[in-house]
Every structure is written in C-alpha cells, then in structure tokens.
Ligand binder design. Structure first.
Ligand SMILES: [Zn+2]
Length: 549
C-alpha cells in the first residue's frame, strides 16, 4: 500500500510540474480520415449559454456538451489585414494556410499597405491558394465532401473547394464545386443547380437529388442532396418530413465517404448559428449550436469506432458577444436558472420564421399568435413596436440587428425575457475555441494561429507536399504558362473561356471547369481553372503549357 501511495504522489507531482507544450505537435501520426467541423459565428461564451440551456431543458445531470472533453485550445483566426474575420477569408485561412482579406475565398490577398498583420506577397495577389480538401482529393485520392445548412456555394463551404476574390459570385463558386466532382454535397441552394451543373454531375457519376429526402436517405454513392432553393431551415423550424438535420447529414456523409478505401475529408458546417447571432435571437443561436454539437457527437462516434479518424472543431469567428447575463440582470448572484431560462421553454419558433408569420397575421390576431409561439404576453408598448416594425423588413440577416425592423423588434422582445445579453450584432474578434479528437492523442494545445492549424491538418493527412507547391502547379498564372503564345478570351453566357493559339494548335480553357479542349479534343484538367475578374487573369493547370509545344 505504501508503494502504491508513493507512486500516486510521484505521478501527481509529475502531472503538476509537467511543462505544457503549446502549439502544433511536430510529429503527427497520420490518420486516414479528417473531419473538419465549423459552427459558424460561435463565440466561446456560447458554449456556457448552450450548456446551461441544455441542462435546464432536459432537467438532467448529464449536461455536458459532446464537445466538452475535446476542447484543447484557442485559435486566432485573423485575416491578412484585419482582426475580426468575415466568414469567407476566415475559413480560407484554415483551409489554405493563407490569411486573406474580406470577401476572399481561398486566394492570396492583395497587400493592404500599412494595415497587413501578416506578411503578404504582391506577386501572388489573386492567385488561388490550394485547399486541404483539394490536396486530400488529388494527392491522396480521398473521397471528399461538405455538409452544411446554408446554400452550398456560401462562404464556408466555398472556401473548401473554390477560389474567388469576391464571395458573392455564387454561380462561379457553384461551377467550381461541381467541377471538383465532390463525392458529397449536402445543403441548401437548389437555385444554383442549373442544367450545366447537372451535366457536370452526370459526367462525374454523381446523383443529384433536389428536395428529395427519400433519395438522400437511400443514397449509397456520390450524391449531392440539396434542400430548399436557398438556406435550409433553422433546426427549431425544420419539418423532418422535408429536410434532414445537420446531424443526420453528418452521419449520412460519413456513411458514403467512408466507403472509399483511401479514406476521406469531410467539412461540416453548422452554418446558421451565425444568422441567429447576427439577429441577436437567443433561441435560434442556442438551438442551432446544440444541433451542431449533436452532429459532432455523430462524427465522434464514428471516429472512435473507426480508430483512424481525426475530428477538428472550431468556429470561424465569434458573433455578437452572447453572454449569460445582460445589463438588466441585477442581483444576478442570488438568482437561479429560472430567471434566465424559464420563458425560453415556450419559444417554439425562430425569429426569422416568426417575422414571416407576423407579416401574414391579421392585426387583431397578432397578440394571440405571438403568445402561441413564444408564451409571451405582449405589453402595449411592444405591440406598438411590432406594428411599426411591420413596415420595416430587413432581408439581409447580417443587418437585422443594425436597425429597427420587424425581426429586430421580435428579437429584442425574446431576449428581454431571458437575460441573455448581446453586445454587437456583428462578428467579434476573440480567439475561437478549438476541440480536436485524434486517436493518437496528438492535438494542438494552447493558443495557435489559423496558419498553424492548417499545418496540423496537412500533417494529419500526410500530404508530403506543401499547399503552396500545389497552388503553383495547378493554379499557375496563364500569362506565365502560355508565355509567347497568342492569348484571347471569349465571353460565354456563364463564364469566360481562355483561347490560346500557337504551333498550329488551338487550346480552349473555360473558367471554373475541370476541362479544356485542344483542337476539338477534350483534355483533362486536374483542378478547375480559375478566372479572377479583379486582375483579369486566368489561373491554370501548369501541365497545359506543354500541350502547345
Ligand atoms: Zn462566419
């Protein structure tokens, strides 16, 4: 017994005096699969808000989030010239190791003189930066996919498999994502699936299912299952007969991708935590995040069983400074959980949907309908505010909390019965949390940068080549690749085509597709060609240069 006691004391001493090793482990034993999960716009404080809400609602002592045991550090998701990120360059930073500027999707940034917070290279400005997904696909021949609740060419999924200086070019992004032949795309956005994209899918052997839950559930091979013309519904509004949850999409994506003998890369995004936070709607924000945590639970279950899968979880940025306790929560230290959550038990609809519902409701029924979905007895002053709000509709979710409009009034009423506080209605610049499951316990620790996180993911998948080398190989400036040849461009209905002539040959390279044509014969292109409007330049597979010689 004495020996055991001594051993315990010695091991405790070792544990207490061991020196932390912050940063990314130098050597990482590769795993076959990598799942990256992003709860968009999730402030670290939302972990506590959601955890307490869950405990309150389930009245359970089992109240930990699935994520909790795997939290291991924080990440600085800074841009090349700003502290507070926009989703597009934030995810680009993780996927490429290249911090860039607002609106950028996985490209090298244009330097911003006097403001850059990382070194930038003017010679590379606008060049596409290869992503972890692309490297997994072409260097390791892995199956790749994305599962999200926003429309699929939206910022975060776009940054995994597309390149553009401006995130709003959704159709260009959709072409690039389609041309990658992603094994799985689950999400919203059927308005971006045109006949040409269906044609690309057919060539890639992909089944496209639009608003078809049965086809999604019975899918066995490469599948793009798209629900809703724009974003999918908030989890709390979702009709399970129409749309799958994020956790079901995560499970299904893993089921399909894990059939690949070379392994897989999957990106899962809880896209709409961000929308809830922008609106300062406590219930949208919390329930979207809890569904994300459930999706992580599904990924973790697979990873533990599989034994060869790393799961990396991190938000792209905080949003709206959500807090337990607002400015009016006086005497907080003597108040119990009821004061925070009791009214939220009756919140049955997101503020987004409630906004539409109130617009369709007769004035005489407004008070009753509001109570039905929120449990709230409106005060006369609140009814007046709602009536005023009816004439002011804000369709852009990023701007809802910035003005007096119907949804912002609804959100203020919902929040006023909770004591959950918000600071801004915008993104915030605190370090984001990092949670990692790795079967060999090799995880980054402490505070790291987005660039270091990319390095970790590259080590996990053991690429053996840098992403920058890939960028130079597959996204080489056409001006260099075809130097000395005659170049012109043709405007098509949907995209431009580069035409190169020389030595009796004509090479045609359409933007955003993985194909080219030499003297009328098709030529394979490894990654989709990129055209950048900002500097009027094509970036192409450098192997194409040899075809004209
Ligand atoms: Zn975001």
């Amino acid at each position: 017994m004495k020996f055991i006691a001594a051993a315990i004391i010695v091991s405790m001493a070792v544990a207490c005096t061991s020196v932390p090793k912050p940063g990314v482990p130098e050597k990482v034993k590769p795993t076959k699969n990598l799942i990256v999960m992003v709860p968009d716009g999730t402030s670290t404080s939302l972990l506590a808000v959601a955890r307490w809400y869950q405990r309150y609602m389930t009245d359970s002592l089992e109240w930990k989030l699935n994520l909790d045991p795997w939290l291991c550090g924080f990440v600085q998701s800074r841009l090349s010239d700003a502290i507070i990120p926009d989703s597009a360059p934030a995810m680009s930073g993780y996927m490429t190791g290249v911090p860039s500027r607002a609106g950028n999707i996985s490209i090298y940034p244009l330097p911003h003189e006097g403001q850059d917070v990382v070194p930038t290279d003017p010679d590379r400005a606008y060049q596409p930066a290869a992503t972890v997904l692309e490297a997994a696909q072409i260097l390791k021949n892995k199956a790749v996919g994305v599962a999200v609740t926003c429309y699929f060419p939206h910022a975060t999924p776009a940054a995994t498999a597309a390149h553009t200086a401006s995130r709003g070019r959704y159709q260009d992004i959709a072409y690039q994502m389609a041309s990658h032949g992603l094994d799985v795309i689950f999400g919203g956005g059927s308005r971006y699936i045109n006949d040409e994209i269906r044609g690309i899918a057919a060539q890639e052997g992909v089944t496209v299912a639009i608003d078809d839950l049965d086809a999604f559930r019975s899918a066995e091979g490469k599948t793009w299952a798209i629900f809703n013309s724009s974003n999918m519904d908030f989890e709390m509004d979702r009709d399970p007969k129409d749309e799958p949850s994020l956790s079901e999409m995560t499970e299904k994506a893993i089921e399909i991708l894990s059939k690949d003998k070379n392994g897989f890369f999957l990106m899962v995004e809880g896209s709409k935590v961000d929308s809830g936070a922008h609106s300062k709607d406590p219930i949208e924000t919390i329930t979207e995040f809890l569904e994300f945590d459930k999706a992580f639970g599904k990924a973790l279950e697979f990873a533990k069983k599989n034994g060869n899968t790393t799961v990396v979880v991190l938000p792209d940025h905080g949003n709206s400074g959500i807090t337990l306790g607002d400015a009016n929560y006086r005497g907080y230290s003597s108040k119990g959980p009821d004061s925070m959550f009791v009214n939220m038990k009756n919140y049955k609809m997101s503020s987004s949907k409630l906004t539409s519902l109130m617009r369709d409701t007769e004035d005489s029924e407004m008070v009753e309908v509001f109570k039905k979905w929120t449990g709230i007895d409106l005060k006369p002053a609140e009814v007046t505010l709602l009536r005023r709000g009816l004439g002011r509709i804000e369709d852009d979710y990023m701007k809802v909390s910035g003005s007096v409009n119907l949804q912002s009034v609804i959100c203020q009423i919902l929040a006023s019965r909770t004591h959950i506080g918000f600071t801004s209605g915008n993104h915030t610049g605190e370090d984001v949390f990092l949670a990692v499951y790795n079967p060999n316990d090799q995880r980054p620790e402490g505070i790291i940068t987005n660039t270091e996180l990319t390095e970790y993911m590259c080590r996990v998948l053991n690429f053996g080549k840098s992403l920058q080398d890939l960028s130079d190989q597959y996204f080489a400036p056409a001006k260099k690749v075809f130097e000395g040849f005659e170049m012109s461009t043709e405007d098509g209905e949907n995209y431009k085509t580069l035409v190169v002539k020389g030595n009796g040959h004509t090479l045609r390279v359409p933007a955003f597709l993985s194909e080219a044509d030499l003297d009328g014969k098709p030529v394979a292109v490894t990654l989709p060609t990129v055209y950048q409007k900002e500097n009027d330049s094509f970036y192409v597979d450098s192997a194409l240069g040899a075809l004209l010689k």
